[in-house]
Design a protein. Sequence first.
Length: 137
Amino acid sequence: MRILLFFMLYSVNIISLVAQDAAVNKSGLLSPEEFYVSMKSANVPLIIDARTWKEYRKDRIPGARLTESSTILRSVVDSFDVDQAIFVYCDDNQRSTTACSFLREWGYNNVYELAGGMIAWKLASYEVDKEKIMKRD
């Protein structure tokens, strides 16, 4: 009887974890590894950096475009198809979550957010662009 009870509880926990994992992936929140693989496999991915100019200037994911406000974000994505893959990050998921919400409200279907942001990206030792860039106008 105890073995049956243990098995049932164990099964419920496994099903719960699988459901949570599916919900996270459906929301577009990806681990650094998933984010990297998805970015590399996407056809012409758009990478959005939702941090400030000061943060972006210091380091960024290669190819990322800075969007410090919803107005700038809108102007960047307006020329892109709503089904194109868009990858968004900030430092710790506060600004990127907001940016992803805007993108989904505007009808973009393939929006992915980097879980843990740039902090997690660097901890996972993925490539970081540290090339010095000048202040934009």
